[in-house]
Ligand binder design. Structure first.
Ligand SMILES: C[S@@+](CC[C@H](N)C(=O)[O-])C[C@H]1O[C@@H](n2cnc3c(N)ncnc32)[C@H](O)[C@@H]1O
Length: 172
């Protein structure tokens, strides 16, 4: 799949940004952490990628109906208000275009699994909100999105463990 312009929400250190730069003419990658953006810029130097420091819970500066794909990986669990994000995504996407989300599967969250990182030997947990699958479906339906695809993901070593990730492809 190729597209003209992609917005990546919460790009972090740019783990997925390089791939996006290969399938899109222009990538706008946003994160509110300046240090994450600095790492991402070291990793991804493609000329068609623009990194921006910004808070996606505040009104976006993107023009309405200007983007072909919006992607977001392991970000929404950290945001309290899903409906705001879905309404901005719906506004900014061109008609017929796509919103791809990948998140920790609720089954993992119910077990208490939470995003974390290590700082000086200490494991720091990042605040997260437990989400049910219906939270995503409702937030999307309320804006007028259609569900194109829903998938669940796990690793080989996850035998007998709850599912790891859930992904959603919504279409405007
Ligand atoms: C678990 S990391 C995932 C990073 C990247 N998407 C990945 O898959 O590697 C979550 C990211 O969301 C960013 N983030 C959280 N809340 C945000 C907000 N309100 N606005 C912008 N970025 C945000 C964090 O700074 C962090 O980089």
């Amino acid at each position: 799949m190729g597209c003209q312009s992609v917005v990546e929400l919460g790009c972090g250190t740019g783990k997925n940004t390089l791939l996006l730069s290969q399938i899109a003419e222009k990538v706008y990658a946003i994160d509110f952490s300046a240090s994450m953006i600095a790492k991402a810029k070291q990793k991804v130097t493609s000329a068609n990628v623009t990194f921006t420091t910004g808070d996606i819970t505040k009104p976006w500066t993107c023009e309405s109906e200007s983007v072909d794909l919006i992607v977001c990986n392991l970000v929404l669990e950290h945001l309290e208000d899903l409906s705001f994000i879905f309404s901005e995504v719906f506004r900014v996407l061109a008609q017929g275009e796509y919103f791809f989300i990948s998140e920790l599967h609720p089954f993992r969250q119910y077990r208490g699994t939470q995003a974390n990182f290590q700082r000086d030997q200490e494991m720091i947990e990042i605040p997260a909100f437990v989400r049910h699958l219906s939270d995503f479906f409702s937030a999307a339906k309320n804006q007028g999105f259609r569900l194109e695809q829903f998938q669940k993901w796990w690793h080989q070593q996850d035998q007998n463990q709850p599912l790891r990730l859930a992904s959603f492809l919504f279409r405007k």
